[in-house]
Design a protein around this ligand. Sequence first.
Ligand code: B12
Length: 437
Amino acid sequence: MRIGLIAVSGVRIYNDRLRKHGITLPGFVERAKVIASMPSLGLLTIAGAMPDRHQVTYLECGDADPAVLGKTSFDLVAISSFTAMSDVMYRIADFYRARGTKVVLGGLHVTLVPDEAALYADAIVVGEGEKLWPRVVADGERGTLRKVYRNGSFKDVQLGHVVPRYDLLDVKRYNRMPVQTTRGCPLHCEFCAASRVFGGYKLKPVDAVVREIREIKKHWKRPFIELADDNTFVNKRWSKDLVRAIAEENIHWFTETDVSVAEDPELLDLLAKSGCRQLLIGFESPTPAALEGMDTAGWKAARYKTYRAAIDAIQDRGISVNGCFITGNDADTPDIFPQIERFVKSSGLADVQVTVLTPFPGTALYARLKKEGRLLRERAWERCTLFDVNFTPKNMSVPDLEQGLEYLMGTLYTTEETARRREAFLVRARNAWRSAG
Ligand code: B12
């Protein structure tokens, strides 16, 4: 069969003013470039799970442009999208189905709202695709596609058996490659639109991670690897094995994790020697009140006091920290914006991401805000960008929140401020790199 794998790509911000403002800010533009340069690991992974005899093409589409989509004919099309671009995914599906091509939808958004997605597809895949996709392809070949494919549980799929098909990519187009080493996260944050949906936390065997990195190196000589994990270093023993193995691969890399990484000096020392360039950490808020009740175990609230020391411990080893903050939490008043600004400027963070609390479909947050009558618009998936407000905040108005976010972007992402943060980090990092030899 001729199979098309289509990722809906591009950064999304619905609010016009914020988008126009954003594209003038160097700190923001840099992240947008990163986003534009990453392929869909979900699709490359399912491609790795199917038999070789099929002719497979990987495409990225920012919109449902018939001139682009019509260039190639397929027997079966698989589309993946996050929530913000789901309407584009549905229009792409409509285009192919109108031409008689079978369309299968899968990925995070489909998993969150399967009934909606099923309206636009010949088949949907709910949850992880490794085991289900080969069945879909076999049924597609026989002409016996079922409407819904679903795993029994999160335990059905073990990581490490499938090598993603990086070879399907156009080498010139990408400069960052995703590798997944863990799936899920044990913290149960109310807003989480990923880990909680899949329901668990699992590790990939270290040798399988190394195999994937080597596969990438066959195509890119000096790849920058972005671990596509939610929270890499939960299991510290496994993490040390992982980091030791990555250190042998002579790459630069980035990952996302929680602040507990800084509680383990041995792990930090290993990270410093492994080519790790940045850790992205969800601090979520510089105020303890906002962290209260954010995750079911009170984990983040309990760590609040360690934030500054954690940033120092990591950055003093020459690894930059990208600190993430969410605005619009129930405890937040308009004071939160200068509080975040002060924290970022005084903590020495090398990088920062400020977003707005987002009720993604299928999340505990969405259900609560709906129950409390605080959703501004139901559905409105195009606003699930992490930058658009779609709920009534508890202790400020919607314009307060929108303007506060704009204020923070305007003050934190300017040329001067971005350069000041980087320079301050580099002073510390150079010392670390020098003493590491
Ligand atoms: C790496 C990453 C990125 C990368 C790569 C994105 C890409 N092109 O794939 C970058 C940095 C570019 C990025 C950007 C954005 N991201 Co992002 N990102 C992630 C992260 C950390 C990992 C995603 C990943 O690669 N996972 C590993 C793969 C293997 O898992 P998977 O995609 O779920 O695929 C499996 C199954 O879902 C299934 N599957 C997937 N697709 C399909 C399709 C078919 C047909 C089938 C059968 C199966 C199937 O099979 C796969 C194997 O089991 C997630 C967190 C998370 N846990 O998902 C956030 C996450 C997905 N991102 C998020 C968001 C909001 C964004 C942005 C929309 C932000 C914005 N304003 O633009 C942009 C969108 C850019 C874009 N158009 O892609 C949200 C999405 C929430 C939601 N419900 O939509 C997440 C969950 C983070 C969060 N804050 O909650 N992101």
